[in-house]
Design a protein around this ligand. Structure first.
Ligand SMILES: CC(C)(COP(=O)(O)OP(=O)(O)OC[C@H]1O[C@@H](n2cnc3c(N)ncnc32)[C@H](O)[C@@H]1OP(=O)(O)O)[C@@H](O)C(=O)NCCC(=O)NCCS
Length: 90
């Protein structure tokens, strides 16, 4: 987490080794960061991928913008897209 943006904390990188995904590790890491953000009184912003979107929605993030990148194809073969997401202070 970083505070490069004014008034927000940005979650810039969160990855779990594919061999260990869907075991609750990402959620525990995210909860640690969100607790810090809540204690400091900041909403949290991130730029997420299509595959990670449900993970962040479960944690209370909502999509505020969905930019597409015409001509750029993601690993899944679909047009590359990102989700700009925000979670308010709990
Ligand atoms: C996104 C990521 C960090 C999640 O970490 P994780 O340890 O696999 O997630 P968890 O096991 O803690 O999942 C918690 C909950 O989030 C949701 N979730 C997680 N991954 C999901 C997926 N691929 N599809 C749908 N829901 C998902 C589920 O509700 C899950 O609970 P459940 O397993 O009991 O159903 C991990 O999958 C990852 O590193 N992905 C690749 C890199 C990436 O996209 N990083 C984000 C860049 S913005």
């Amino acid at each position: 987490m970083s505070t490069v943006l004014t008034g927000l904390i940005e979650l810039s990188q969160l990855y779990v080794d594919p061999d260990y995904q869907r075991q609750g590790i990402g959620q525990r890491l995210l909860e640690w960061g969100l607790k810090q953000a809540d204690e400091d009184g900041y909403p949290v912003y991130l730029e997420g991928t299509t595959s990670a979107k449900p993970f962040y929605e479960k944690a209370g993030f909502a999509t505020k913008a969905e930019p597409v990148f015409p001509g750029v194809v993601g690993a899944d073969g679909a047009e590359y897209k990102q989700y700009f997401m925000l979670r308010p202070v709990a």
